[in-house]
Design a protein around this ligand. Structure first.
Ligand code: SAH
Ligand code: SF4
Ligand code: F3S
Length: 480
């Protein structure tokens, strides 16, 4: 009988999360990415797939992972069944995000049974958490590679170990340097993510991100401007600037240069659309409003997570603003950028949230008239301060709050769409609608989804569409 050989570890570095929690940071270097010559070609003739969960930050990381793997010689495939390397880029923001990953790891085990040479890797925010690695080692021994958010650029070395039948665990507790010129394979042919910074210094009491992504580190303005200019030259139509709190951009740079300065510089580049996510209400300032008022390629849409409309809850969330501050800033913004669309994130049933406090959130939604929102039931994250707070609500009560909130928001989403009925809007065409092969689909400047009849040569172009009818989730239009 064939003896089962237990694979050895090529690298086995588990994080010391006490260091991460203490915020033991080092100064950030900005380095050029370079792969060792002898590793180029190790993936020749082999295939890979990266499966991404979580936020745009993870989508952007996965594009770099793909870039690195293709530089090594690997070719992308569409299903795990035929991939030699399967990588899961994970998210830790809520419990259900994590449960999905464990489901996937269980499923892939059955595929690997028939193809034992397959390399299974898992990376991203979940790997930066306490106890996750031990759990995966114990429950999912078919995983060959575990790395975190701070060391994507070491992937060539890891894969080389894996190809030589060795396992790898390498998770760093302290954030890494910024690497420029990492190869990327972008998912979209004319819309691109551009990181402007990494990490988060906010420490909202419910949130795991500051622990999984490390301290705030900004890229140099010139590197960002060059990347956007190169994308414009390559025919990209839209760039979304990424950071957990883009309004803190530049705080850690040794030069006097802010997010508003960056927007003003990018406003001069000949790319049709610039978006950014995510903003933080405390740091969203007059200078940013002024930059947004320039218009041009800066889109009339702001996603500004408010989380709650009650000051006591906001305080316990450590958000450092009041609902009055939020309203004041949004009133100014609406004056400076008439017709701007504002969307948000809201958490319901934060520990201790009373019915009255929840009603303050509903009131705020009605005041701002958010045209869209991502709404969540609070999910305790181990190691965050709020996980220790009492939360007496039942699951049923929590769900009820979410339903009540969604109903109010949907009415404003619908109202927001209605204001475009009979108007002519500019749409960046994404492709065909999921449900209808004759229908093209794309987004307006205000980030609203439009479906209209058209042919495939319009994909990737910005076209004018007359809105015929507004629905809650999309606009229906006709090409003019
Ligand atoms: N940096 C961004 C995005 C953070 S994650 C920001 O500050 O807005 C996206 C959203 O997930 C958050 O805005 C918040 O609404 C939600 N979220 C974060 N942690 C959560 C938790 N523990 N439970 C429920 N929702 C959470
Ligand atoms: Fe999390 Fe708050 Fe940072 Fe957003 S700003 S990533 S919610 S800690
Ligand atoms: Fe999730 Fe990490 Fe983004 S926890 S939301 S993937 S920063």
């Amino acid at each position: 009988m064939e003896k089962k050989i237990k694979k050895e570890y090529g690298i086995c570095n588990k994080p010391d999360l006490k260091l991460a929690r203490k915020r033991m940071t080092k100064s950030t270097n900005i380095l050029e990415y370079k792969v060792a010559n002898e590793l180029i070609g190790i993936g020749n003739g082999k295939t890979y797939i990266v499966k991404t969960y979580g936020c745009q930050g993870n989508l952007a990381d996965s594009e770099k992972i793909s870039g690195i793997l293709e530089q090594l010689g690997f070719t992308k495939v569409e299903t795990e069944e035929i991939a030699d390397v399967v990588l899961f880029n994970t998210c830790a923001i809520r419990e259900n995000a994590e449960n999905r990953i464990y489901g996937e790891l269980g499923r892939i085990k059955r595929i690997k049974k028939n193809r034992p040479d397959m390399i299974i890797g898992i990376c991203g925010c979940m790997m930066q958490e306490e106890n996750t690695i031990e759990y995966i080692q114990k429950k999912y021994p078919h995983v060959d590679l575990i790395f975190g958010t701070h060391n994507i650029t070491d992937l060539p070395e890891y894969i080389n170990y894996n190809l030589n039948n060795k396992k790898v665990i390498d998770v760093k507790s302290i954030e890494g340097d910024i690497f420029e010129n990492v190869p990327v394979i972008r998912d979209h042919p004319y819309k691109a993510w551009v990181n402007i910074m990494y990490g988060c210094d906010e420490f909202c009491t419910y949130c795991i991100v500051p622990y999984t992504r490390g301290k705030e580190r900004s890229r140099r303005p010139d590197d960002i401007i060059k990347e956007v200019q190169d994308l414009a030259n390559a025919g990209y139509q839209e760039v979304t600037l990424l950071g957990q709190n883009v309004n803190a951009y530049g705080n850690d740079l040794k030069i006097d240069y802010t997010f508003a300065d960056l927007l003003k510089d990018l406003n001069k580049i000949n790319i049709p659309r610039i978006r950014f996510t995510t903003s933080h209400p405390r740091d969203f300032d007059d200078a940013t409003i002024e930059a947004m008022a320039l218009g041009g390629n800066i889109m009339p849409h702001l996603h500004l997570p408010v989380q709650s409309g009650n000051d006591e809850v906001l305080k316990r969330m450590n958000r450092k603003y009041t609902s009055a501050d939020y309203i004041e800033k949004m009133t100014k913004l609406k004056e400076a950028v008439p017709g701007i669309s504002i969307t948000t994130d809201i958490i319901v049933a934060f520990p201790g949230e009373t019915e009255e406090q929840f009603q303050d959130t509903i009131k705020l939604v009605k005041t701002i008239e958010f045209e869209g929102a991502f709404t969540f039931i609070y999910s305790p994250r181990e190691g965050t301060p709020a996980a220790k707070y009492e939360n007496p609500l039942t699951e049923e009560e929590k769900k009820q709050r979410l339903l009540t909130l969604n109903k109010v928001i949907n009415a404003y989403t619908n109202k927001g769409h209605k204001r475009f009925e009979n108007e002519i809007v500019e749409v960046l065409v994404d492709g065909y609608s999921k449900n209808n092969d004759n229908m093209l689909t794309g987004y307006t400047k205000h980030n609203m989804l439009v479906n209209f009849e058209g042919t495939k040569e319009l994909v990737g172009k910005i076209v004018k569409v007359k809105v015929l009818k507004a629905y809650t989730w999309h606009l229906l239009g006709e090409l003019i």
